[in-house]
Design a protein around this ligand. Structure first.
Ligand code: ZN
Length: 241
C-alpha cells in the first residue's frame, strides 16, 4: 500500500492487463506457455519457465523492432520511459468504426481544450477496446479472416515526430497501426524516429485526458525489440476525471 501522505496527493492507476495463457495473442504469435521448473518436493522451492513473445500482453515496442540500428529495450534511458500523459479519446467514433484512427484533428481538439502539449509527452489513444480483452475475436475485430482495430494515423504520428518532442505513443488495442493498414506505416515512422510505443493498454477510462503522469516499467532485457511492461499512471487528486 502507498503511504497515507502519497495517497492523499495522488492515485495510482494500473494501465496493464494480466498475463496468462488465456490472454489474446497477436494473430500468428503463440499464447504464453508456462512450465514448472523447481518443484517443492524436489528442489524445495517452486518456480516456472515462461515461453512468451516479446510483444505479448501490455508491452513496450523499442525502436529496434522496426529500425535496423534503433535502440533496444535496454538502451532506452529510464527518464524517457515516463512522462506527462496525454489521452486522445476516439472511443465514440471507434464504437461504430473499428478502423477509426487518431487524426490530426483529434490532437488539435485536445490542444484547443487543454492547451499546448506538455514537453516529453506520452500520447495515448483511448478507443475503448480494452473492454474487449476477454474476447479475442472482438479484440482483433475478426470478420471472415480479416482483422480490424483502431490505431494512429500516419499523418498524426508524422506531425508528432516533426513538431513535438513526445517520447512515446500508446494504444488500448494490439497495434499502434490500425489493423487494416498494410506494412505497418505507423510502426515504421514512429519507431524509425527513435521513439517508443505501448500496446494493449488497459484502464484508460480511469485516467484524465490531461494532468496524469505515465510510467512504463519495462524489464531491462538486453537486445530486446520489445517486452511486457507494468504500465501505470499517477493522477494527482486535483486532476481526477
Ligand atoms: Zn509490439
Amino acid at each position: 500500500m502507498l503511504s497515507p501522505v502519497f495517497n492523499a496527493a495522488c492515485q495510482v492507476i494500473d494501465l496493464s492487463h494480466a498475463y496468462s495463457a488465456a490472454a489474446p495473442h497477436y494473430p500468428g504469435d503463440r499464447p504464453i506457455e508456462r512450465q514448472q521448473a523447481g518443484m517443492r518436493a524436489r528442489e524445495g522451492f517452486l518456480d516456472y519457465r515462461l515461453d512468451m513473445a516479446e510483444h505479448c500482453g501490455t508491452h513496450l515496442d523499442a525502436p529496434l523492432h522496426f529500425a535496423e540500428n534503433g535502440l533496444a529495450v535496454d538502451g532506452i534511458p529510464l527518464a524517457r520511459l515516463m512522462g506527462p500523459l496525454v489521452v486522445i479519446d476516439i472511443s465514440v467514433r471507434a464504437q461504430h468504426d473499428p478502423d477509426a484512427q487518431v487524426e490530426m484533428s483529434d490532437i488539435a481538439d485536445w490542444t484547443r481544450r487543454h492547451g499546448a502539449l506538455p514537453p516529453g509527452a506520452i500520447m495515448v489513444m483511448r478507443s475503448g477496446w480494452s473492454a474487449r480483452w476477454n474476447d479475442a475475436a472482438r479484440y482483433f475485430g475478426s470478420v471472415n479472416g480479416s482483422h480490424h482495430s483502431p490505431g494512429w494515423s500516419l499523418a498524426a504520428v508524422t506531425h508528432l515526430i516533426e513538431k513535438t518532442d513526445a517520447v512515446g505513443i500508446g494504444v488500448d488495442t494490439a497495434s499502434i497501426d490500425p489493423f487494416i493498414a498494410a506494412d505497418f506505416p505507423v510502426h515504421r515512422a514512429w519507431l524509425g524516429a527513435g521513439r517508443w510505443a505501448l500496446e494493449n493498454l488497459n484502464g484508460l477510462d480511469q485516467v484524465p485526458e490531461q494532468g496524469g503522469w505515465l510510467v512504463a516499467a519495462v524489464a531491462r532485457i538486453t537486445g530486446a525489440t520489445g517486452f511486457p511492461a507494468r504500465v501505470f499512471a499517477f493522477v494527482p487528486n486535483w486532476n481526477k476525471p
